[in-house]
Each structure stands twice: as structure tokens, then as C-alpha cells.
Design a protein around this ligand. Structure first.
Ligand code: FEO
Ligand code: CA
Ligand code: CA
Ligand code: CA
Length: 599
């Protein structure tokens, strides 16, 4: 009966069929619903921003005032006096595409074979990262519109100053030639999924930051777990964009002649949870180091009535782990100021999934067995900066790429998408196990757990697989050993990524697979589906344009307006004219009768 005691949500729409035409260039939603492109790459955000130029000739200083690219996690923050009529939409811009430049990026090579980029292009790419905060209002006709200009409209980029706080602030490993105090970082990178605090702030999760740095000293790279354990490049260039050629901050090769080794510690300043107050446009974002440093997909809060909180996060790389952070203090709704630094003190745990359906959260606390000075950890800051190594030391379970987490608002059950992992059962460190049961897993699974006593601070839990994604197995038992059948009741999908419970308990699932790869032929383009957590029935609600992933989801408190993101569409969306440059876009979804989305 565990997991089945939540109320059944109303799910009443007629499912949308898969879109299997490779030229599919629009968003489809069920009969009785409307999907409208709402906010696209290049749209003006800050005052004085020029309009987007379809030839991508906007300069980097213009890009810094306009929407970034690759919209991802987001959240609608209602104004308390008009929660369903006015709000702030906060949107992550995960990374950039070649479309940001008129003819793609300019890359040359120097005499040593290192790739070199022009500074103006690098700056434009940095300005295309980060976050947009935009004000929205319902107009007198009941249609949602942007408010422009607005004092709340704001861009954060890969060079916006941010404060470091918590146990690692000021630590030796956080100091650089540019920041000898180790307390201020420029920018945030690869903001994927996100979280929201009960006190109304937004939590950015920093995901694939490792791809922006290079350490060209191979011996140092091999010694330095802060670099190699996270996959920072050791060759001639960083994995993405080669910013190091124009902006030395991204060259993490140690420089003995410079203070604090130059920028060797710069990568240590990414991979955190960044807290942003959208209602205070003058506030500085704060990187909260108590959460630990991982390739962080998201950060979902669960709150107990006693005021204890936990935040769940996946580390999205093959064979990495699921974490939670439990702040030491309790949330106090009556004293908002007391919550301001709640995220600076607490305990990080990593998940272990036993074969019998029980699980444990193992604390990553300096001095515990495996995490002492003899084990190579100097102090708690060292544990947090090297959180993956600490989790290795306590025997965490390697997972199939943990992406988003979600919490059932009625039961506090946690859910995580394990998107896929073609190394499973192939890499000797990632044998098939109960939580990750399929070798060469192309389709992924969703796992759920219940904390003991349903308490966020529990150190033990029960878990089960909610579903295995993939095609329906054939009824004639003509099973192919290399095929990846699923256990979905209803509409099939692959590679679950975005995951969110709406306030009425519907579970929304968003997909991110490479449409066009033959293993995904049956799934068409990427989708958003709606699941009943009690019966596990799944229905397709939305299909996206070819080449995109669907990610990011939020709604007004009354559920009558929903926003989702079409990330990196492949053809010409949202113009959908077959020729205009495609743009990542936030899409507004409403029900034509004004009802709650999904009913
Ligand atoms: Fe940015 Fe794990 O997706
Ligand atoms: Ca994702
Ligand atoms: Ca993904
Ligand atoms: Ca993505």
C-alpha cells in the first residue's frame, strides 16, 4: 500500500499522438487547449534592450539585455496581492547553440594547435547563459502578457558578480588570482533544473560547468581530484566553446608565479546551488556551498509541518549519485529574516539503494569513517568541494544519470528521473542492479522513495521503480535481447528528464532523447506527459518540434496557466516557417474554457 495512499488527481484530457514526421515544427496540445510561444531567445528583458535580430547580428552587450538561450528550469513567483493575475517568471538559460552567431562560432588554431576564439563572440556566449527574470500580468481580457519595462526584469549572466557563502567561502581552494579572498565569483553556468524555497527565493542548480575549463598540466590534472573526478578537460582545450582562449579565468592550468596558482581553483567555484531573490532586483545572488559541489541537475525542496526541510538533487552524469541536503535550522514562516541564511548550515547525504527496496542516506560529514584526514579529506570544506569523492568513499549507489527530482505534495514521496545510461552493465563500475535494472539503458526509468516516518531528515527510506520507460513489450513474446522494453501503462516515452508535481498531485514528465536515433523511432519527437501517481497511468499531453527537448514547467497557483520550455528546437520554431533561425522558447499553455491544466 505504500505509495498508493495519495489522492488520485483528475486527469481528463484526450492524449496527443506521437509526432513522427521529421519535419514536425510546432507544439501540439490536447483538444480544448492552446499553446502560445511566450518568451524566446533574444526577446528584450532589461530596459533599453533592442529587438532580436533574425540574422543574429545582436552584439554581446545587446545579448546581455535580451533573453539567453536554452531555456530550462523555471518558476512562476506570484505577487501575494494578486497571485493568479501577476507574477515573476524566472527562467534558466542552460547553455548556448551555434545559432547565437550569424554563421556559427569562429574557431581558429594557434601554432600549438590550441583552439582560439574572438573575445566578442565569447562575451556574447557568456551573456547568453544565466537567467532571465520577467514580470507577467493578466490583461483585462484575461490573457497573460509580459510587463515591459519593469523594475523586476533582470538578466544574470556568466559574468554577474555573486557571493560565496557557507563552509567553503574563504577556503584556500576557493581563492584565485582575481579573488584572493575566495568570496566572490563571476557568473553561473549551465543552469539546468532548479528549486524554490518556502521563503520565496529561487535556487539555480549549476550542471555541466566542468565542460568550460581546461587544465593543460596533465600531471597536475591527474593529481587534482577537484578536476579529474568531475571530467574537466586535460588536453589542449575545454570541452565546450574554448572560452579559455579569450577569458583566462577559464584556463585552470596551475600558474605557480601567480597568487593562488592563477585560476586553478576557478572550477571549484561552480557546481553549487545559487540562491536568487527575484523580488529584490538589486540583490546579489549567493552561491550556497553547504550543498556540496556536483554536476547538479536541480534542487527540490520538501517541507515537513515541523519546519524541517530537505532538498533533493541528482548529479547528472552516468554512474553518479542522488543527494539530499538537510538544513540544521527550521523554516519559520513568521520570521522571514531568520530564514535568510538557513542554507548555509546543514548536512549533505548521498543515497544507497539496497536490492530489497530499502535505502539509506549516508552523511557526508568530515571525520566520519572514510572521510577523515587519513582518507585524504582535510576538513568539511574539502569534503564539500570534492563531494563526488566523498560519496565514493561511503559506498553510494551509481545511478543511470539522475536528472530532476519531484515531491508529491500530499505524501512527501520523492521521485527522480534516471534518464538513460548506455554504460550500465558495460562499465565494470556500473553493474546492473535493482534500481538500474537494464544493461545499455537507452530509455531510462523513474524511481520513487518514501522517507521513514515521511520525515525529510530521515536517514532510511523505502524505494521502488515507478516505471521503466521504453516501448511496450510485444504480446507474442518475440523479445529481442537488445531491445529495451518498458513497463509504462499508457503512452510510451523515452529518457524522462523534467519532473514536477502540480498542487493537485498530477505528475508531469518531460523527455530529452535524441529524436532521429533509430532506437527512439517509436517515440517521435520529445514530449510532456501526465501521470497518475496512484495507478501509474501515463498520457501524452504535448509534443514538441523536431530536434528539441521539453524542459522546465511551472504554473499559476490556481493551475489555469502553465509555462513549459522548448529547448534547442531544430528547424524554425517558434516562427515555424521553415526558414527563420530556431529559438529556445517559453510556451504558455491555457485551457480554452479557463479550467485547470490537465483536468
Ligand atoms: Fe541539463 Fe541533465 O540536463
Ligand atoms: Ca535536464
Ligand atoms: Ca537530459
Ligand atoms: Ca538540455
Amino acid at each position: 500500500a505504500a505509495f498508493r495512499d495519495s489522492p488520485r488527481p483528475a486527469i481528463g484530457f484526450k492524449p496527443v499522438p506521437v509526432a513522427s514526421d521529421p519535419g514536425y515544427d510546432r507544439v501540439d496540445v490536447p483538444e480544448g487547449y492552446t499553446a502560445r510561444p511566450f518568451f524566446s531567445w533574444g526577446d528584450p528583458v532589461e530596459s533599453g534592450a533592442p529587438e532580436w535580430r533574425p540574422d543574429a547580428q545582436n552584439t554581446w552587450t545587446e545579448q546581455a539585455l535580451q533573453s539567453g538561450q536554452n531555456h530550462d528550469g523555471m518558476h512562476f513567483f506570484p505577487f501575494p496581492d494578486a497571485p493568479n493575475e501577476r507574477g515573476l517568471l524566472v527562467i534558466n538559460h542552460e547553455y548556448i547553440n551555434a545559432t547565437i552567431h550569424p554563421d556559427g562560432p569562429t574557431v581558429t588554431e594557434d601554432e600549438q594547435g590550441r583552439r582560439v576564439r574572438p573575445l566578442n563572440e565569447v562575451r556574447k556566449e557568456q551573456a547568453g547563459h544565466g537567467l532571465s527574470i520577467i514580470e507577467l500580468r493578466k490583461d483585462p481580457r484575461g490573457d497573460w502578457q509580459r510587463v515591459y519595462p519593469s523594475r523586476y526584469n533582470r538578466r544574470l549572466t556568466a559574468y554577474t558578480p555573486m557571493t560565496l557563502s557557507g563552509p567553503c567561502a574563504g577556503a584556500e581552494a576557493m581563492k584565485t588570482a582575481d579573488d584572493p579572498q575566495g568570496r566572490e565569483v563571476l557568473g553561473t553556468l549551465n543552469n539546468c533544473s532548479m528549486g524554490v524555497t518556502p521563503w520565496g527565493t529561487y535556487l539555480i542548480a549549476e550542471e555541466n560547468w566542468k565542460n568550460y575549463f581546461v587544465n593543460r598540466d596533465a600531471a597536475d590534472h591527474a593529481r587534482r581530484r577537484e578536476h579529474h573526478r568531475y571530467g574537466i578537460a586535460a588536453g589542449l582545450n575545454s570541452h565546450y566553446n574554448y572560452w579559455e582562449s579569450a577569458d583566462p579565468r577559464f584556463d585552470a592550468t596551475p600558474r605557480a608565479e601567480q597568487p593562488h596558482g592563477g585560476h586553478v581553483n576557478e572550477p571549484n567555484r561552480f557546481g553549487w546551488v545559487v540562491e536568487v531573490d527575484p523580488f529584490d532586483p538589486d540583490s546579489r545572488p549567493v552561491k550556497r556551498t553547504a550543498f556540496g559541489r556536483i554536476v547538479r541537475e536541480g534542487c527540490t525542496c520538501v517541507q515537513h509541518p515541523d519546519g524541517i526541510l530537505a532538498f533533493y538533487s541528482g548529479d547528472d552524469t552516468r554512474g553518479e549519485y542522488v543527494y539530499k541536503f538537510v538544513p540544521e535550522g527550521r523554516f519559520d514562516a513568521d520570521n522571514p529574516k531568520a530564514n535568510r541564511d538557513l542554507l548555509d548550515k546543514g548536512t549533505v547525504y548521498v543515497a544507497v539503494y539496497h536490492e530489497d527496496g530499502t535505502g539509506e542516506w549516508r552523511p557526508l560529514v568530515w571525520g566520519a569513517p572514510g572521510l577523515t584526514e587519513t582518507d585524504g579529506f582535510r576538513d568539511q570544506a574539502d569534503v564539500l568541494i570534492n563531494l563526488r569523492s566523498a560519496a565514493d568513499a561511503v559506498g553510494a549507489t551509481p545511478m543511470d544519470r539522475p536528472e530532476w527530482t519531484a515531491v508529491n505534495p500530499f505524501t512527501r514521496d520523492g521521485y527522480v528521473t534516471l534518464t538513460n545510461n548506455t554504460d550500465r552493465g558495460v562499465d565494470p563500475n556500473e553493474p546492473v542492479d535493482a534500481a538500474n535494472p537494464r544493461p545499455e539503458n537507452h530509455h531510462g526509468q523513474i524511481l520513487r522513495w518514501r522517507e521513514d516516518n515521511r520525515h525529510p531528515a530521515a536517514t532510511a527510506f523505502h524505494w521502488e521503480l515507478f516505471l521503466l520507460a521504453g516501448e511496450q513489450p510485444p504480446t507474442d513474446e518475440s523479445w529481442q535481447t537488445d531491445h529495451q522494453y518498458g513497463t509504462i501503462k499508457g503512452d510510451i516515452f523515452a529518457s524522462p528528464d523534467g519532473l514536477w508535481f502540480d498542487p493537485e498531485g498530477r505528475l508531469w514528465i518531460q523527455t530529452d532523447f535524441s529524436d532521429g536515433k533509430s532506437v527512439y523511432d517509436a517515440m517521435g519527437t520529445n514530449q510532456m506527459l501526465c501521470a497518475d501517481p496512484v495507478t501509474r497511468e501515463v498520457r501524452c499531453f504535448l509534443t514538441g518540434p523536431s530536434g528539441c527537448e521539453i524542459t522546465g514547467i511551472t504554473a499559476t497557483p490556481d493551475g489555469t496557466a502553465m509555462w513549459i520550455n522548448v529547448q534547442h528546437p531544430g528547424i524554425s520554431y517558434p516562427a515555424s516557417d521553415g526558414k527563420t533561425r530556431p529559438r529556445s522558447t517559453t510556451v504558455l499553455i491555457t485551457k480554452n474554457d479557463g479550467g485547470v491544466i490537465g483536468t
